[in-house]
Design a protein around this ligand. Structure first.
Ligand code: DLL
Length: 430
């Protein structure tokens, strides 16, 4: 299979480590010299740039958190003069105050390489027609996919998100081969394609979907409804948008662009670096980023790193699909619940229910209430009460606590054109 930068993507591990160390030294030195926060933190920890002599020395450096980006908002973490910044992107701000990230021209070029690697791994080339249905603007999805696809030389259709029927008409008329959007929007598009009865007019080959967690079951739904191969892509505003890691044709995890980023897995409670193969919080250090480099950034995403050789020939480490975030874990009646566990149960029953659901948590008389609204599948013909009891019992055995399931008519839950809002936790209001 084709690669965008084969000489980098298949570099041997020894070489990757050499490059990482060289770039890490360069980066730590310039961050120490140019960013007050890092200089103070390193002084407090008694570490000097010269103390970084091996990759293991990375663990001597302090972590950076999302709170730091808020505290030093907007420009105090820049490692270059403001005039060198050519683009600002910002996080969607769903989990707190907005944060921004500044990119130099070289940073944008690197980021484009990350997404270009993804597009080529998904079978894209300069004959591809790439429809970017991620939102354009401060969110990194739209512009990130756009610049990566342009770098490959594809024809880019910048539809942004929304106006679903027009999106589909464009796909049919222009012969879109690659669709880029969130997995929940891909599901919505798939559903609308079915309703419009135009699946046979599509020329789609593959989709590049990310920005939110999604399960294998959801992947199958999307692949089925659009007749494509669906690839998972990961990224975050703070590091760079889509393309931090990308899925090859083997689809057993996403290759992290290790020539730009050093990943670690830590115990989220103690901060201790965990041994290879452990499940924990992903921490990323940007060793090439000029504008707003981050050292040991705590992503809050929970996953496992897989260093075993990938049959595709790429040597960069693979991260398994994030199983959730340390901050999206719900504690309901004292039990830890990840929305992804609920989705898994629901989607296993895809003949009976659709993947459109919402989790509602509240507190009544000092007790947590836990309700799940899910739409019945249009194909469902069985007994609604029996179905509800079956789902409740499966959820109970998977989660360890009881939830009330409400089966709704098809199309009663609002569809998402970007990241889906799956959880409504009203306990905070009390
Ligand atoms: O979501 C960047 C992006 C755009 C990635 C388009 C992929 C495609 P943020 O809005 O800053 O940036 O949100 C970042 O979204 O920390 C994860 O929790 C989650 N996330 C992103 N990609 C995936 C994925 C963009 N493939 C946060 N699987 C991250 C699971 C994902 N979660």
């Amino acid at each position: 299979m084709a690669m965008f930068q084969p000489e980098i993507e298949t570099m041997d591990r020894e070489q990757i480590r050499e490059i990482q160390l060289e770039k890490l030294k360069w980066q730590v030195k310039r961050m120490y010299e140019n960013v007050k926060m890092y200089r103070e933190r390193m002084d407090d920890a008694g570490v000097k740039p010269e103390d970084i002599q091996s990759l293991d020395d990375l663990s001597k450096l302090p972590f950076t958190t999302k709170q730091d980006l808020r505290d030093y908002y907007p420009f105090d973490l820049l490692a270059v003069p403001k005039r060198d910044i050519v683009r600002i992107q910002a996080s969607s701000g769903t989990t707190g105050r907005q944060i921004v990230s500044g990119y130099t021209r070289a940073d944008l070029d690197q980021w484009a390489n990350g997404f270009a690697r993804q597009l080529v791994a998904a079978g894209g080339d300069n004959r591809s027609i790439v429809q970017v249905s991620y939102g354009y603007g401060l969110f990194t999805g739209g512009l990130g996919a756009h610049q990566g696809a342009e770098k490959v030389g594809a024809m880019v259709i910048p539809t942004s998100s929304g106006n679903t029927e027009r999106q589909i008409r464009f796909m049919c008329d222009l012969g879109t081969t690659h669709l880029c959007c969130t997995p929940s929007y891909a599901m919505y598009i798939g559903e609308t394609v079915r309703e419009m009865g135009v699946k046979n007019q599509l020329k789609l080959k593959a989709g590049i979907f990310g920005a939110e967690p999604w399960t294998e079951e959801m992947r199958h739904e999307i692949e089925e409804s659009l007749g494509i191969k669906a690839h998972d892509v990961y990224g975050l505003t703070e590091i760079m948008g889509p393309g931090v890691s990308y899925e090859c044709e083997v689809q057993q995890g996403m290759h992290i662009c290790e020539d730009m980023i050093i990943p670690e897995i830590i115990d989220p409670d103690t901060g201790e670096v965990l041994p290879e193969g452990s499940f924990g919080e992903l921490v990323l250090s940007t060793v090439t980023k000029e504008g707003q480099p981050l050292m040991r950034y705590r992503t809050r995403d929970l996953c496992v790193l897989d260093y075993s050789p990938c049959p595709c020939g790429r040597t960069h480490v693979r991260m398994k699909k994030p199983a959730g975030r340390t901050d999206d874990m719900l504690i309901i009646r004292g039990v830890n619940v990840f929305p992804s566990q609920i989705e898994e149960v629901l989607l296993k029953n895809s003949i009976e229910v659709s993947p459109n659901y919402q989790i509602l948590v509240d507190r009544v008389n000092n007790t947590d209430t836990f309700d799940i609204n899910v739409e019945l599948s249009p194909k469902f013909k069985g007994d609604v009460d029996a179905e509800k009891r079956k789902l409740e019992s499966q959820l109970h055995s998977s989660l360890g606590i009881k939830a009330k399931v409400h089966l709704l008519r098809p199309k009663s839950i609002v569809r998402s054109e970007g990241k889906a809002v799956r959880v409504i936790d009203n306990r905070k209001l009390h």
